[in-house]
Write a protein that binds this ligand. Structure first.
Ligand SMILES: Cc1cc2nc3c(=O)[nH]c(=O)nc-3n(C[C@H](O)[C@H](O)[C@H](O)COP(=O)(O)O)c2cc1C
Length: 358
């Protein structure tokens, strides 16, 4: 036996992102059977062959071993529940499901991204699994986007941007669109890692504007809304934008906010204070507001950690903010939460073509 940790092997194999299928058949009594499978792969075009593998210990293994036919149902992105159902111990997995009977009376599930109806072609031993080959006899594709699976979790599949982002005319808008797509796709994982709400904001006509967010199950979320404009002077997100955007872009909004604060008799930072803060935030590459006093006694303190996603020109195409309750001990620059956010933003910036100086 090779000397490695089987859990680590599983993690490595999980780096290969796949689709998710439900393989269906009918047993000797004419009862529909199905299992969730991501070991599906294409093999040959002439003849048209596909394969999948099944654990020998699966209760349905004898059924698939003896089956004359099977259908590969390629699940669509909104069918996570179907995937769960066909890998669960629910007694009748087909109950309440919409399907029709295809070639040989094998069930074809409704709402899938595509399906392939196969005749059993060959099977091979594969350690604790059996490998089944099927010859494709009929197939259909729909416009539904497929569900993806990798790293032990369900994923959504986006088409990758083609070509590098260049500083040509029109590229600015495209770079930002790419940043928004990538940033939004990264939010669920960051939310899981930090346990906080994750917010993506762009610099809009009125200042820092929320374009997407992922709610945390155990964090305070009342005030977060898509489209909400945040304070430029008095929010961590705003401070990141003012630190990284040219002054010519932010000054009008800063002036407007300062005048409104003064008119309302509220304190507003002087320009020198603002400039000092901007330099400091730019150098650190992160803004932390913590701990923010609880609004009601007994409620936890809140923290917000905001980081820029920089484009090829070093401009913040997007700001990511993690916000929610933390223990009253606070959150320093060396906190794991800060490291997680800074690392994620740096990785996204690199993907946008940003090259740090030096
Ligand atoms: C995303 C996903 C992919 C899976 N892929 C496979 C696979 O390729 N082969 C396999 O034997 N089991 C796979 N499983 C586990 C089976 O779905 C599960 O063990 C099976 O439904 C057991 O059913 P049975 O005991 O009724 O046969 C997968 C489960 C999930 C959630």
């Amino acid at each position: 036996m090779a000397n490695f940790d089987p859990r680590e092997l599983r993690n490595v194999l999980g780096a290969f992102v796949t689709g998710v299928t439900v393989i269906t058949t009918v047993d000797g009594d004419g009862i529909p059977r199905g299992v969730t499978v991501n070991s599906f792969s294409s093999v040959s075009l002439d003849p048209p062959l596909v394969l999948w593998s099944q654990a020998l210990k699966a209760s349905s293994y004898p059924v698939f071993r003896d089956a004359k036919r099977f259908v590969v149902n390629i699940l669509a992105e909104d069918q996570i529940e179907v995937s769960r159902r066909f890998s669960s111990n629910i007694e009748n997995r087909f109950e309440g499901m919409n399907y029709h009977l295809g070639l040989g009376g094998v069930p074809v599930l409704d709402g899938c991204s595509a399906f392939l109806e196969c005749r059993s072609f060959a099977s091979y031993p594969g350690g604790d699994h059996a490998v089944f080959l099927g010859e494709v006899e009929n197939f259909e594709r729909t416009p539904r986007k497929p569900l993806a699976f990798g790293g032990g979790r369900y994923m959504v599949a986006y088409a990758h941007e083609s070509g590098p982002t260049t500083p040509e005319a029109g590229a600015e808008g495209l770079a930002q669109l790419k940043a928004v797509r990538m940033g939004c796709a990264a939010l669920p994982e960051l939310r899981d890692k930090t346990g906080l709400n994750l917010i993506a904001s762009v610099w809009g006509n009125r200042g820092p504007t929320v374009v997407h967010w992922e709610p945390s199950t155990d964090a305070l979320t009342e005030s977060i809304r898509v489209g909400r404009v945040m304070s430029t002077l008095d929010s961590a997100t705003g401070s990141v934008f003012t630190a990284f955007l040219p002054r010519a872009v932010t000054q009008a909004i800063i002036d407007e906010e300062r005048s409104a604060a003064l008119a309302a008799g509220l304190p507003a930072p002087k320009q020198e204070e603002l400039d000092a803060g901007i330099d400091e935030n730019r150098r650190r590459g992160v803004v932390i507001r913590a701990p923010i006093e609880p609004t009601e006694p007994g409620k936890p303190h809140r923290v917000t950690v905001s980081v820029p996603v920089l484009d090829h020109a070093g401009q913040p195409a997007l700001v990511l903010s993690a916000t929610g309750p933390i223990p009253a001990t606070g959150c320093g620059l060396d906190a794991p939460l800060v490291n997680t956010m800074v690392t994620a933003a740096a990785a996204l910036s690199r993907q946008l073509g940003y090259k740090p100086a030096g």
